[in-house]
Ligand binder design. Structure first.
Ligand SMILES: C[S@@+](CC[C@H](N)C(=O)[O-])C[C@H]1O[C@@H](n2cnc3c(N)ncnc32)[C@H](O)[C@@H]1O
Length: 322
């Protein structure tokens, strides 16, 4: 029974005269006090439960805040990781493209090398058929003239029989030219700026029994000035007695001795040349020798220039007045 019902029953009993006023008031106040205490107790319990719930809500709120912060940093991390991945992908793509271009370049230079080796072999077989060497032939290519350069030059000598052949820069070519000059009755004069190389070439020439055909002249480099420009070229003393030059092979001085090192060959040797003359400029694909070739073409228009492809490039300048 509830406190309200007890109070109602007490009021009814008092009204019917079943209990007196004093007991009624005592009992009624006891019930009222018990009711108030019960309400206090319930309120305390509710307040304690509310406190617990408030704590829990507070903890949940803090937890949610932490989760939110973690989620936000994951998102940021995700975004920066994404950008990092994109950068890595684009970097590797750029590197791959670079590698691909490099491989392509290597393939094309390999292709050129194979093609060139084939052309040099063909030229060498042709040349080898033209000489009966009296000693092992010196190697061609590298520092020495290549077979691809010697073949057209030797072909021209066989066709035109020049009286004098001058080569700038001695070596293997002196021997090969010597064998052909022996057949055509030509004389070879090889200008050499370096004393050791001059000695080595003379020895080579002697070993092949060509000393009567090939003369190696030591001509240290000395200054030559023209139009305000200065070059270092073979000593002019070494040109003494040269006349009726029918072929000039320009294969020296080495490029390292100065820019456009080979330019003086034409202005200095052309006045000593026969009416019919051929000039062979080796290494014409090199930048500095291309410049020499262009300058000759501009300054000596009476010479017809032809450009030949090949390992190091070859330009020829011809004059024919017969
Ligand atoms: C291109 S080489 C001349 C090569 C020559 N016409 C031949 O076919 O053998 C030009 C000059 O380089 C020098 N030379 C030759 N062979 C060399 C070598 N292996 N190392 C450094 N210099 C060299 C010599 O002084 C030569 O006159």
């Amino acid at each position: 029974m509830s406190a309200g019902a007890v109070q109602a029953a007490l009021a009814a009993a008092y009204g019917l005269g079943a209990i007196g006023q004093r007991p009624f008031l005592s009992l009624f106040s006891v019930v009222a006090t018990a009711t108030v205490l019960a309400v206090f107790a319930r309120t305390g319990a509710i307040l304690r439960r509310t406190d617990r719930n408030t704590d829990r809500i507070q903890r949940l709120h803090e937890e949610l805040y932490r989760v939110e912060r973690r989620t936000a940093s994951w998102e940021e991390l995700g975004e920066s990781r994404h950008e990092e991945c994109l950068r890595a992908v684009s970097d590797s793509r750029a590197r791959m493209e670079q590698e691909f271009r490099l491989v392509e370049k290597r393939f094309s230079s390999l292709d050129r090398a194979v093609h060139d080796t084939h052309a040099q072999t063909e030229a060498f077989v042709d040349l080898r058929a033209l000489v009966q060497p009296r000693a092992p032939l010196p190697p061609l290519g590298g520092w020495a003239a290549s077979a691809g350069v010697l073949r057209p030059m030797i072909g021209w000598i066989l066709d035109n029989g020049p009286k004098t052949i001058v080569e700038c820069g001695s070596g293997s070519s002196s021997v090969w030219l010597g064998y052909i000059a022996e057949r055509t009755g030509s004389a070879v004069v090889a200008l050499e700026h370096d004393a050791d190389h001059a000695r080595a070439t003379r020895e080579l020439v002697r070993a092949h029994g060509l000393s009567d055909v090939v003369e190696v002249r030591l001509a240290p480099l000395e200054e030559w000035e023209s139009g305000g420009e200065t070059w270092r070229w073979y000593a002019r003393d070494a040109l003494e007695g040269l006349a009726e030059i029918g072929l000039i092979f320009v294969d020296g001085p080495p490029g390292a001795t100065g820019p456009t090192a080979r330019y003086p060959a034409l202005p200095l040797l052309l006045p000593l040349c026969a009416e019919t003359v051929a000039v062979f400029l080796d290494d014409a694909a090199r930048e500095q020798d291309r410049a020499v070739s262009d300058r000759w073409a501009a300054e000596f228009p009476e010479l017809v220039r032809s450009r030949h492809r090949g390992e190091k490039g070859l330009d020829t300048f011809m004059r024919s007045r017969t």
